[in-house]
Write a protein that binds this ligand. Structure first.
Ligand code: MV4
Length: 449
């Protein structure tokens, strides 16, 4: 087992990793930029190394500084968390060259799953359902027209170098294809410096359901059920829950098997997530595979009683996975709390927190790095806390979340707490009948209610 782990991240996920390391008697090294000198992850770690000024590219993304910190503190492993360098194959490779264990998959695995076209080909080869569409990039309008006549409209044109919803365009009829095709290519050229696009059948009003998998270095792969992440705004997840309200035992069985096939295909090591689009007929299609721990991992931890960070560390240290039957208990919901103003189009709300009263009570969990006096640095993402609750049923979990949100007092900055509270009272949310378009097309935030 590792003696000392360097956490190459900040905020709540850095704290989350430090907590599990402490419980495993593993020493911890925090790295921080000068904007994070007073951050909790610096205070909680056994050692801390300043790696540069606030801009991420000069600190949390600066590989030489992070590796230098690992060398001078003699860390034998690095946990990248999520975001930053967590899916950077080059970083994974450089760590292994410097004899520091990267807690995550191999560089080959990261680059395979990072290239959407290669990832899709890998899935097809392993009988994982993918959206019907082009086999790789489409270079001319004529090719595009021929393919769309074959797969039928509506279609989705996607930039190969896009991702997270950027560089996508829906086309509902042939007469619009020519214009959409050339616009998508030129936007991809300007936006991603790569005009390449591919085309897929449009999955209308899809749900976003992802399967958590775990793999060890001995070829064992298990899945830990699903998370429903359909409530998104501008491709940012707002709320996640486990299990999914649309799931049936049969669908879970099929999607779990497909996710394990995907992971087995690439001999997956560590924690990973296979994301699917699910349509109203319960057909599901591979979207992408994430080779990192995800923001929303706590809802899976709450209903399966796994510590996913501990599982990542044990897998990286070569321990075998226990092949015990998956037991899931109850329902868990996570609300992301951002320093944003829902009354002004969610613009970031900078400033200093002068009142911070988090909720408590049975099965209420707060993952946060915020505290009274904490100044929100403008350099990083706006999430300041994750509020996670669990309860025997979805209805109980919603009631508990509503109660916890109403107790959560943060002053000095604006937050999305009131937005989340309104969601807990929304009939469609309570019924569980929403899909990925719901928040942006139907749900309206009303500050006066
Ligand atoms: C799609 C789709 C419908 N049909 N692909 C958005 C982010 C990127 N990961 C893939 N996305 C989508 N791809 C086809 N063929 C709809 C979306 C989509 C979406 C997917 C998951 C969660 C939220 C979404 C919001 C808008 C569009």
């Amino acid at each position: 087992m590792f003696d000392k782990i360097l956490i190459a991240n900040r905020g709540e996920i850095a704290l989350r990793i430090i907590r599990t390391c402490k419980e495993m008697d593993i020493k911890t090294v925090a790295v921080y930029s000068t904007a994070d000198t007073d951050s909790l992850h610096v205070k909680f770690a056994d050692e801390a190394v300043c790696i540069g000024p606030p801009p991420s590219r000069e600190s949390y993304l600066k590989i030489p500084s992070i590796l230098a910190a690992a060398e001078i503190t003699n860390a034998d492993a690095i946990h990248p968390g999520y975001g930053f360098l967590s899916e950077n194959a080059e970083f994974s490779r450089i760590c292994s060259e410097h004899d520091v264990k990267f807690i995550g998959p191999s560089p080959e695995m990261i680059s395979t799953m990072g290239d959407k076209a290669v990832a899709k080909k890998t899935m097809i080869k392993n009988n994982v359902p993918v959206v019907p569409g082009s086999d790789g990039e489409i270079d001319t309008y004529e090719e595009a027209k021929e393919l769309c006549d074959e797969i039928g409209y509506p279609v989705m044109i996607k930039a190969s170098a896009g991702g997270g919803g950027r560089g996508m365009r829906e086309v509902f009829e042939e007469s619009k294809l020519k214009q959409a095709f050339s616009t998508c290519r030129s936007e991809a050229e300007t936006g991603f410096n790569n005009p390449a696009v591919y085309i897929e059948k449009l999955v209308q009003n899809p749900h976003h359901v992802e399967i958590q998998i775990l793999g060890d270095q001995h070829g064992n792969i298990i899945h830990l059920g699903e998370r429903d992440c359909s409530l998104q705004r501008r491709h940012q997840k707002v709320l996640e829950e486990a299990p999914s309200p649309l799931m049936t035992p049969e669908l879970r069985e099929k999607m779990g098997a497909a996710a394990i096939n995907a992971a087995k295909a690439v001999d997956y090591e560590g924690a990973g997530t296979v994301e699917f689009l699910v349509d109203k007929n319960h057909d599901f299609y591979f979207m992408e595979m994430n080779t990192r721990i995800q923001v929303e991992h706590p809802v899976t931890e709450e209903i399966t009683n796994y510590d996913l960070v501990a599982e990542q560390i044990k897998a990286a240290a070569g321990q075998k996975l226990e092949d015990k039957p998956l037991k899931m208990r109850g329902h868990s919901i996570e609300c992301r709390i951002n320093a944003e103003d829902p009354e002004h189009n969610f613009r970031p709300s900078a400033g200093t927190i002068n009142v911070f009263h988090p909720p408590g009570g049975h099965s209420v969990r707060i993952d946060t790095h915020a505290y009274v006096g904490y100044r929100i640095p403008p350099h990083y993402d706006s999430m300041i806390a994750k509020l996670i609750v669990s309860a025997p049923t979805r209805k109980d979990a919603i009631n508990r979340m509503r109660r916890a949100l109403s107790e959560f007092v943060v002053e000095g900055i604006k937050t999305t707490i009131p937005y989340q509270l309104q969601l807990m009272n929304d009939e469609n949310f309570k019924k569980g009948t929403f899909n990925t378009h719901y928040l942006e097309s139907e749900f309206k935030y009303n500050p006066d209610n």
